[in-house]
Design a protein around this ligand. Structure first.
Ligand code: UT7
Length: 330
């Protein structure tokens, strides 16, 4: 059986209107704009309104991606939604999005690979379409992290933001689309990035609420050490899979967690920083939305054109890491 070429035929993004600056954080916790900017590169991030859940952001991005792709919503036969911040513990957010956008012919499920989630979901979409099982898959990365981090914990709350990116994935012309991919995971034996309670290991209780363990906790330096190795490793694996060298890549879209991590990856890979697209100064770390948000912004600015070779690379809780090489097809 000849496998089909698979690529992204439409991409859309959405961020909530409310801007939360570093200076806003100075008013609620002991921090400073100088500390946040120099340690991370983040200046501001977007926060969802009280009424907005992850599915609302996802649906807005999805509508734009579908419009751009030129297909009709009824042609979507699968929704793969990458998120760590679902609307509900039970009922996938993908099913909520299916209803919100009217994708009546789509199966729907969530993918939780944290900040690698967008690349994980794109990889699954490629497998399903290349084998002929599906035709048009809507891949979404969406997060409302502002409701899942502890606003009293300065180690985490200043880092994250809310947003969504969506891609319509379909068969594309020969020679274009997703050329190669690499997915990896390794045990987080020290619990360096997880929400310890509120799941089945430690269900919500008065004690949990008092110790605030229903919020995300992170050992920043442990994650940093993992990230500076994982980002280049995943990218090299994907490059090898494509039979390409680092210099063949026009632009890299890394997970937007910390500009120092990206700087280190740039040096290890021998790819200059001007080929890495960064917008974490405006949005912070939006986990599974971050790579798509960066790609969407670059497309809007006309920085990615048909035929460009791009790399998407992420790492995150799990611990997971992932990379993908795409020859852009529109
Ligand atoms: O997408 C998920 C992946 N997550 C990441 O990639 C995060 C990876 N880690 C990092 O980006 C960095 O480790 C951080 C930005 C989280 C922290 O930077 P760091 O240079 O590793 O700082 P640190 O954790 O070693 O903390 C240094 C100091 C500490 O004070 P003492 O103990 O030296 O007195 C912290 O208490 O900075 C303090 N600190 C802060 N100060 C002001 C921690 N958070 C803040 C804050 N404002 N928000």
């Amino acid at each position: 059986m000849k496998l089909k070429n698979v690529g992204i035929i439409g991409l859309g993004t959405y961020v909530p209107e409310r801007i939360m600056t570093n200076f806003d954080f100075e008013k609620i916790i002991e921090t400073s704009d100088e500390w946040i900017r120099s340690r991370t590169g983040i200046e501001e991030r977007r926060f969802a309104s009280e009424e907005q859940a992850t599915s609302d952001l996802a649906a807005e991005a999805a509508k734009k991606a579908i419009k751009k792709s030129g297909i009709s919503v009824e042609d979507i036969d699968m929704i793969l939604l990458a998120t760590t911040t679902p609307d509900y513990p039970i009922q996938s957010t993908a099913c909520v999005v299916q209803e919100l956008i009217g994708a009546v012919n789509a199966a729907a499920l969530d993918v939780n690979a944290a900040c690698s989630g967008f690349v994980y979901a794109l990889t699954m979409a490629k497998g399903l379409i290349s084998s002929g099982m599906n035709k048009n898959i809507l891949v979404i990365g969406a997060e409302v992290l502002s409701k899942c981090v502890d606003m009293q914990d300065r180690n985490t709350c200043v880092l994250f933001g809310d947003g969504a990116a969506a891609a319509v994935v379909s068969e594309v012309e020969e020679g274009y689309g997703i050329i190669s991919q690499f997915l990896g995971a390794e045990a987080d034996t020290k619990g360096s990035l997880r929400t310890p309670a509120g799941g089945t290991r430690k269900p919500l209780s008065q004690e949990v609420l008092e110790e605030r363990s229903n919020f995300l906790q992170m050992k920043g330096q442990d994650v940093f050490k993992f990230a500076v190795k994982a980002l280049p490793k995943a990218t090299i694996e994907a490059l090898n899979g494509a039979g390409l060298e680092a210099e063949d890549i026009n632009m890299v879209f890394p997970h937007q967690a910390n500009s120092r991590i990206i700087d280190s990856a740039s040096k290890r890979l021998g790819i200059s920083m001007d080929k890495f697209y960064l917008n974490l100064n405006k949005y912070g770390n939006t986990s599974s939305a971050s790579i798509g948000l960066a790609l969407g912004e670059a497309l809007e600015k006309g920085l990615v054109k048909k035929g460009d070779m791009i790399a998407l690379t992420g790492f995150g809780a799990g611990l997971t890491y992932a990379s993908m090489i795409i020859k852009w097809c529109y």
